[in-house]
Structure formats: C-alpha cells, structure tokens
Design a protein around this ligand. Structure first.
Ligand code: F3S
Length: 400
C-alpha cells in the first residue's frame, strides 16, 4: 500500500516542528489519506466543523478540543462551526440547564482560541462562508456538504468533526472521494413528474430519492425539476443527505455540473402520488397532539424569516415555537423589524443551535415542522411523534 506523498511543509507539520496541535492534525489527515489511498494533500479554501454541541461531544470531545487549543492550534483558513447545543446568549429563556451551558461555553471557548469564528450554523453559505465553484473545502455538516457540492459546485467530502478541525489547522485535506472529478459522476437517474412548491415538498423529494439510493450511495441525476430556489434546495439537500447519505446530486438547469453529464439510462419515475406518500409517512400523530413547533432545519434564511413575520403578524402562538437560525441572520432580521413581530406573537428565536443538538429530550411529545430532516431526528433522537406540514400550515397549527 502506497503512503500519501507530503510536501516539505506538510512533513514539518507532521514532525511537530509547527507545534503539537498541528502535528496531531496532520497525523489525523495522513491516517485518513492512507485509509482512502489518497496520493497527496490539497489546500482547502474554507472549513466548516461539526461536533460542536456538548450534547454530542461529551467530556472526551471537550477535552480533545481543549488539548488542541492548548497545543497552539490556529486555523489557517476561514472556519465556521455547526450549531451548538444552545443559543449562546439566550439559553436561559429556552430552558437550557446551567450545567450544560457552562460545558457548552467551554467548547466554544476552545474553538475560539484556535481562531474559529463561532458562527454556529448549518447554513454557513448564508452568513459569509460562501465558497466559489471549483474550490476545495473540508466541510462537515451533511446538508451543507450536499449544498456546497451540488448547488455551488465546490468540492468537499463529508468530514467528521476531528478531520474538519485537522483541515482547518493545516489548511489541507487528503485528495480522495469527491475531490476527484471521476468520483462525481451520476450513477442513477430520477425523472420527477410531480409539481413541487415549498420546502416541505422538496424535503419529501429528498426523502424519497434518499431512501432509494441509501444502500448504494449512487450519485443521483434528477430530471424534471424546472425551478428550485435557495430555500427549497437547502431543504432538499438536508433531506437527501439524511435519508440517503448523499453528498452530491445533479439537477439539469439547477446545479452547475449537470451539463457535464448525460443521465444514466433507465430513469426511475417520481410521481405526485409518491411525493404525497412520502409526506404522509412523516405524519404519525394528530396535529392536536403537537406541543412543539420547530422551523429552521436547516437554519432559516432572512427571506424565510420575513415570510414568517408576515404569517405571524398580529397573531398569537399557543404552543412552544422555536425558530432556529444563524446569529447574524437573526441580527439582520432584528434590524428589519421581523423579530419584533415574531416575538410579539410568542414564538422564540434560538440562534446558534438546532432542535436536534439541543438537550430537549423528554420535554415534548410531538413536533410540527416543514423539515423532513427534523422529522427524522426528532423521532430517532428525541423520540417525538412528527407532523410534517408546509410553513403556512405549521403557523396555522401554532395559532389555532
Ligand atoms: Fe441544521 Fe440541525 Fe437541521 S444542524 S440541518 S438545524 S438538524
């Protein structure tokens, strides 16, 4: 088995000449490169690190991060973080225990000491970490990885937390997988005849296609979708990655690499009835049982918050209602007056976090959301029943 080739500088990193944390980071990358038979390291333009919530990291994860910070680790490229386990400022109002908040703050402190921007979001491309077509990245969050590869045409594998951090501390990643052109070819075609509108429909499409490719991990070529905006695509990416483990898809007329490929033969049809069945499969309780409303998986964009303000204007919500988003999106929404309207209706913003990584297990019994990904994790992780609706329907349910 050939070992990965390193440049002089990379060898220095590995030998410890550039500090303990950089050495550890390069050891992680070399091990990964050798496992995947990468020939060399390549520079990355940006990094997005997952494994930020203390709920997922635990004590061992916190200790690893503290050691990397103590070892002099400093990021070499712009680096952002995935959602944390709580709103970093407003955690008390959202019922997060103080003991958890103290641990979470230590996690963020370690990342910050390494020079990482604590922009805790799964939509880094909405808040300043926006790659260009053809750039190599080391991103972790599955929905963002799919968005970066497919919608932007950047190149990234789905990194684990440690390998993404290692890429940030060295500015390198091993060249394998989706960094190679020949690994980005479509292998299966879908032909959609259904009419799709909002985020819920695109989430249902992602679930359907995801489940069909889950066992093979084939890259799908999806025909028949004539229009899809940013919000629909972020919903689709989250769902496709969750249900199918996909990190890339091609959609002619929508994604930039699709024109480079012919669709593989024998297209699998996706009909309106298929979409409706996928939606129904995520409705497993009555709307009257819902005691938790969650919007923002992936994190809401500013236009989505504007829509929500319009829908909630003058209304009053009667259930616990969380809106998850990036802090800088929240700040922009605040300046534009949307937060005032939404909070006057009784809904709560939870910036920096998401309902999957926040410690909410046991607090609620049933969730209503427009996100197929949120349904999956609400059920699998937090044991909640799910009601899968359009955003308008979610709001109607909340104010009933
Ligand atoms: Fe983002 Fe959490 Fe959903 S990380 S995609 S809001 S599960």
């Amino acid at each position: 088995m050939n070992e990965i080739r390193l440049t002089t500088e990379e060898k220095q990193m590995l030998s410890g000449e550039q500090g303990r944390a950089t050495q550890k980071a390069m050891q992680i990358l070399v091990a990964l490169g050798n496992i995947y038979q990468a020939e060399r390291m390549i520079p990355v333009s940006s990094v997005q690190v997952a494994g930020v919530s203390y709920d997922n990291l635990g004590e061992a994860g916190l200790q690893f991060l503290a050691e990397m910070a103590d070892g002099g680790g400093k990021v070499r490229v712009p680096t952002t973080l995935n959602p944390a386990g709580m709103d970093l400022k407003n955690w008390r109002a959202l019922g997060i225990p103080a003991e958890f908040a103290e641990k979470q703050a230590r996690v963020i402190e370690a990342f910050t000491r390494m020079g990482i921007n604590p922009t805790c979001t799964c939509t880094p491309y909405l808040v300043g970490n926006l790659p260009a077509y053809g750039q190599h990245l080391a991103w972790s969050e599955s929905s963002a990885v799919c968005y970066a590869n497919a919608v932007i045409g950047a190149l990234t594998n789905r990194e684990g937390g440690p390998s993404a951090l290692a890429a940030a501390l060295t500015g390198r990643t091993p060249q394998y997988g989706l960094h190679l052109k020949e690994m980005r070819l479509p292998a299966i075609t879908f032909k959609v005849s259904a009419s799709l509108t909002g985020t819920r429909d695109f989430g249902a499409l992602g679930k359907l296609i995801g489940e069909k490719i889950a066992s093979t991990k084939s890259i799908p070529y999806i025909m028949g979708v004539s229009a899809a905006g940013l919000e629909q695509l972020k919903s689709f990416c989250a769902s496709l990655a969750t249900y199918g483990g996909a990190a890339l898809f091609h959609m002619p007329g929508i994604t930039p690499e699709a024109t480079q490929y012919d669709p593989p033969a024998n297209a699998i049809p996706i009909t309106q009835a298929d979409i409706e069945a996928a939606i129904e499969s995520l409705n497993n309780t009555l709307p009257s049982q819902v005691d938790f409303i969650s919007l923002g998986c992936p994190h809401l964009s500013l236009p989505e918050i504007a829509d929500l303000a319009r829908l909630l204007d003058g209304k009053r919500v009667r259930k616990e209602f969380w809106i998850t988003t990036a802090r800088s999106t929240l700040q922009a929404a605040n300046r534009l007056g949307y937060c005032r309207t939404i909070e006057a209706a009784g809904a709560k913003f939870a910036a920096d976090t998401c309902c999957v990584v926040a410690p909410i297990q046991g607090r609620f019994t049933a969730i209503a959301t427009d996100s197929a990904k949120a349904c999956y994790y609400a059920s699998a992780k937090n044991k909640l029943k799910t009601v899968f609706l359009t955003i308008d329907e979610v709001v109607n349910l909340a104010v009933d």
